[in-house]
Write a protein that binds this ligand. Structure first.
Ligand code: PHE
Length: 341
């Protein structure tokens, strides 16, 4: 065989392949065609086998021609095979009467309420820092909600916590701080807890006030704790929850159960400041060093122990995170709102 004859052979096979391919109308016919051309005894294979009849100098060119033929045939075979498979599926679907353009049935899947998501995330952050989660009753006594926290009946600060009374000396707790008292009375220092839960106040509902809302209280009592430790913990929390794009500051405040007391503000810095709340400072919690009178009340020696506490609003956290501008949305149970989170 000469190189010219081989060239002629390649062209013939090429032509015949191109003619037979469209005639293979199903996968079975296509497979027969494959065996005929590419099989062990197929035509391409046969021609490849005859290459050794050529002069050494011509084999390179012959190899190139044959490989090109083989590649083309293989590729076209695959394309045809995919097309036939697709046609077969479509034919079956039509025969069985399926309409693939029919819209699907949407089955709503439940998920955690945005406030629950935020609460769990906050718990997670403090569990990692070595805090326990503690809880207390929502129906509290005047003693735990006020008296033990250094807020006697005639204290003007009571107005800050306008309350729902449910009986003589009993009320819906106005904050999670009473859990501090309950836990301290049960344990000895060191005490390191957070207390998430619902709170109730007789506020007029508006975009930033709800009569039912959630707080997470934090309390750490030990020897030698200072305001610096409080600041560090809050910084860790803000970093973990909001990320590095927020800065924080402390402003003086007053609570009967902490001294000194502070409110903590955060503000997005840099690029974040162009976003939701335009860079203004926002209060996220009340905080302070536990007042020695409170430590005495629960039987801790204020000469030996110090502690700090804060109470943060869970709704506030969620509103900041997602740019929600009305606190009332959380309790309306409107799926159009809830399904966004
Ligand atoms: N209990 C306070 C409130 O609800 C917040 C607070 C908690 C302040 C702990 C200081 C320390 O307003």
């Amino acid at each position: 065989m000469t190189l010219e004859e081989l060239r002629g052979g390649v062209e013939r096979i090429r032509r015949e392949w191109t003619e037979s391919l469209p005639e293979a109308c199903d996968l079975e016919a296509l497979e027969q065609l494959r065996v005929q051309f590419l099989g062990r005894k197929g035509r391409v294979t046969a021609l490849l086998g005859r290459m050794k009849e050529l002069d050494l100098a011509q084999r390179a060119e012959a190899g190139r021609l044959l490989n090109k033929l083989k590649d083309e045939v293989t590729r076209e075979l695959e394309e045809r095979s995919l097309a036939l498979e697709k046609a077969a599926v479509e034919e079956r679907l039509t025969a069985e009467g399926y309409d693939l353009t029919l819209p699907g049935v949407w089955r709503p899947v439940g998920h955690l309420h945005p406030l629950t998501q935020v609460r769990l995330e906050i718990e997670d952050i403090f569990l990692r820092l070595g805090f326990d989660v503690a809880t207390g009753p929502e129906v509290e006594t005047d003693y735990y909600n006020f008296e033990a926290l250094n807020i006697p009946a005639d204290h003007p600060a009571r107005d800050e916590w306008d309350s729902f009374y449910v009986g003589e000396g009993q009320l819906l707790r106005t904050h999670t701080s009473p859990v501090q008292i309950r836990v301290m009375k049960e344990r000895r220092p060191p005490v390191r807890i957070i207390c998430p839960g619902k709170c109730y106040r007789r506020d007029n509902p508006d975009a930033t006030h709800a009569q039912v809302f959630h707080q997470v209280e934090l309390l750490w009592v030990d020897e030698e704790l200072t305001m610096a430790n409080l600041k560090w913990i809050i910084g860790e929390f803000v970093g973990a929850f909001f990320g590095p794009d927020y800065e924080m500051r402390f402003a003086a405040d007053y609570f009967p159960f902490t001294e000194p007391s502070a409110q903590v503000h955060i503000r997005p810095r840099g690029r974040a400041a162009t976003g939701r709340h335009l860079g203004g400072w926002l209060e996220i919690m009340g905080a302070g060093m536990v007042d020695p009178l409170v430590l005495e009340e629960v039987g801790y020696d204020p000469e030996r122990y110090t502690g700090f506490a804060f109470g943060l609003g869970v709704e506030r956290m969620a509103m900041l995170r997602w740019g929600i501008d009305d606190i009332r949305l959380f309790l309306q149970n409107d799926p159009r709102f809830l399904y966004q989170f």
